[in-house]
Write a protein that binds this ligand. Structure first.
Ligand code: GLU
Length: 476
C-alpha cells in the first residue's frame, strides 16, 4: 500500500480557529493511524489577505495541541516557479487559455446572468481568440489571466469519502482562473499542483471546498495525474445551528489555553465534531483516538459545537489528573506564596472533582487565601432555621471545637465522629449544625465536605472562620 500522506493547508488570513483545528486534527489522526506523513502547508498565494502573525499562531497552536508535523511549514509563496511551470504546460496542451477580459466586462456578464437567473460564470469569450490575437495583445502589454479550459460537455464525477459520489455537469463549471494578472497562482492551481507534488494521498478538508473539487478533478485529469482520496468534513455550527461564532464560545484555538482547558480534552471534544465512533464512549485518550479514528465514520450532517459538553469533558480530564500535575498547570495562572502552598494544595484537591477549567483555581486561591472570607451572613442560616438559633448553635460549636485537639483535625473521619456525638448529645438536628458549620468553614454556599475542609484548615484557622461567621451574623 502507498504511504499515506496528508496535509493541513491553512491560508494565513487569520488565527487558527476551532474549525481549522478540527481539520488539522483529522489529518493528523489519519497520518498517525496509518503511520503516514503529516505536512503543514501554508497557502499564502493571496498576498492581499495575509495577516501578520498568522503563521506563528498556527504553528504555536499545533504545538500546544501536540499535532506535530513531519514536514513544513512549506510556504506556497516560495514555490511560484513550480506553479508557473505547470501553468505553462497546461497552456501548451490547450487545457488553459489566456483571458483578457476587463473587470468591467466580467461584472457586466455576471449581471446579465443574474438577471436571467443563470449560474454565474465566465462566458468563455476569450476561448476562441486566435494565437495571433493573443500574441498581439500580450505584445501590447494587455493585462490577462490564465483560465482552465473546462470541457463544454459531459460531466465530472468523484467519490467523496464523506459525501459519496458527486457529479457535476461540466456546463456548470466555471473556467477557473489559474494564474492571476500579476502572475501569482490562484488557490486552485497551487493547491492541486502541491497535492500532486507532495504525493498527497488523502485530501481532508472543510466542506466549504466541496464545490471547488470538480474543478480540481478536471485539473488532475488534464495533467494526467492520479487522484487523491477526497474527504470533506461537515460544517461546525453552534447549538442554534448558525455558523460558529464567539457567541457559542471561543473560536480561536489558542484561546482555550488561556481559559484553562487541557489540550487533550479539547482534542477529544473536537474529534467528536463530525466523527462518530459508533460505540458508547466519549472519553478517548490521544492514543485511543489514533487507533479508533476512521475517516469512513465521518458524518455529513453538520457538527454541533456545544461548549457545555466541552466543559464537562475538560472536567473529566481534570478529575483524572494527579494533584501535582494540576498544581503545576495552575502555575500558568497564579503564583502561590511558599507558606500557603500546603494548605492551597489541600484545598485544590478538595475542589478537583468540581473544576471545569484549570483557571478556576484562581477563584479558589482568591477565595481561600485571604485573612477572612467575604460572604452574605444570611447564607449561614439553614432554610429551616432562624438567625437567632444559628447564633446559639455557632456559639456551641465554637465552645466544643476549642476542646478538640489539633491532632483530631488531621483526620476528617475523627472530626465527623466528634460532631455526630455532639449533635446527639445536644439533641440538635444534623442540618441546624452542619449547615452553618460548613458555610462558616468554607465561606461558600456550595462547597466540598466540611470535615475535609476543617482538616485542611487546622484548628486555629477553623476557629477563626467560625468566630468571624458568628460575628457577621450577630451584626446582621
Ligand atoms: N487554504 C485552504 C483553507 O485555508 C485549504 C483548503 C484545502 O485544504 O484544500 O481552507
Amino acid at each position: 500500500m502507498k504511504k499515506v500522506v496528508v496535509r493541513f493547508a491553512p491560508s494565513p488570513t487569520g488565527f487558527l480557529h476551532i474549525g481549522g483545528l478540527r481539520t488539522a486534527l483529522f489529518n493528523w489522526l489519519w497520518a498517525r493511524k496509518n503511520k503516514g506523513k503529516f505536512i503543514l502547508r501554508i497557502e499564502d498565494t493571496d498576498q492581499g489577505r495575509l495577516v501578520e502573525g498568522a503563521v506563528d499562531n498556527i504553528k504555536e497552536a499545533l504545538q500546544w495541541y501536540g499535532l506535530d508535523f513531519d514536514e513544513g511549514p512549506i510556504l506556497q509563496s516560495e514555490r511560484l516557479e513550480l506553479y508557473k511551470k505547470y501553468a505553462d504546460e497546461l497552456l501548451e496542451k490547450g487545457s488553459a487559455y489566456q483571458c483578457f477580459c476587463s473587470a468591467e466586462r466580467l461584472a457586466e456578464v455576471r449581471k446579465v446572468q443574474e438577471v436571467n437567473k443563470q449560474a454565474t460564470k465566465y462566458d468563455g469569450l476569450c476561448r476562441s481568440l486566435s494565437k495571433e490575437d493573443v500574441t498581439q495583445k500580450i505584445k501590447a502589454g494587455d493585462s490577462h489571466v490564465l483560465r482552465l479550459k473546462v470541457p463544454q460537455d459531459g460531466s465530472t464525477s468523484f467519490d467523496d469519502l464523506v459525501y459519496g459520489k458527486i457529479t457535476v455537469a461540466n456546463a456548470n463549471i466555471d473556467d477557473q482562473v489559474l494564474l492571476k494578472s500579476d502572475g501569482w497562482p490562484t488557490y486552485h492551481l497551487a493547491n492541486v499542483v502541491d497535492d500532486h507534488d507532495m504525493a498527497v494521498t488523502h485530501v481532508i478538508r472543510a466542506e466549504e471546498w466541496l464545490p471547488s473539487t470538480p474543478k480540481h478533478i478536471i485539473l488532475y485529469q488534464m495533467m494526467d495525474w492520479p487522484l487523491p482520496v477526497f474527504s470533506h468534513l461537515p460544517m461546525v455550527l453552534g447549538p442554534d445551528k448558525t455558523k460558529l461564532s464567539k457567541r457559542h464560545g471561543a473560536v480561536a484555538a489558542l484561546e482555550y489555553k488561556k481559559l484553562g482547558y487541557l489540550p487533550e480534552a479539547v482534542l477529544n471534544f473536537i474529534a467528536l465534531l463530525g466523527w462518530n465512533p459508533k460505540i458508547e464512549k466519549e472519553i478517548f485518550s490521544i492514543k485511543e483516538l489514533i487507533s479508533e479514528f476512521d475517516l469512513s465514520k465521518v458524518n455529513k450532517a453538520s457538527a454541533i459545537f456545544n461548549i457545555e459538553k466541552l466543559d464537562w469533558m475538560n472536567g473529566q480530564y481534570i478529575k483524572n489528573l494527579e494533584l501535582d500535575q494540576l498544581l503545576n498547570m495552575s502555575k500558568n495562572f497564579l503564583e502561590i506564596k511558599k507558606e500557603d502552598k500546603l494548605f492551597f494544595s489541600k484545598v485544590v484537591r478538595l475542589h478537583q472533582d468540581r473544576l471545569k477549567k484549570i483557571k478556576e483555581i484562581v477563584e479558589i486561591a482568591n477565595h481561600y487565601l485571604v485573612a477572612s472570607y467575604k460572604y452574605d451572613p444570611k447564607i449561614l442560616v439553614p432554610k429551616s432555621g432562624s438567625p437567632e438559633e444559628t447564633i446559639i448553635i455557632l456559639g456551641l460549636i465554637i465552645t466544643k471545637l476549642k476542646t478538640v485537639d489539633q491532632k483530631d483535625f488531621d483526620q476528617d473521619d475523627r472530626l465527623k465522629n466528634i460532631f455526630e456525638e455532639f449533635i446527639q448529645e445536644k439533641e440538635l438536628t444534623n442540618k441546624s449544625v452542619l449547615w452553618p458549620l460548613r458555610v462558616a468553614i468554607t465561606g461558600l454556599e456550595k462547597s466540598p465536605g466540611v470535615f475535609e475542609m476543617m482538616s485542611a484548615l487546622g484548628k486555629q484557622k477553623a476557629l477563626q472562620h467560625l468566630e468571624e461567621g458568628l460575628k457577621k451574623l450577630q451584626k446582621g
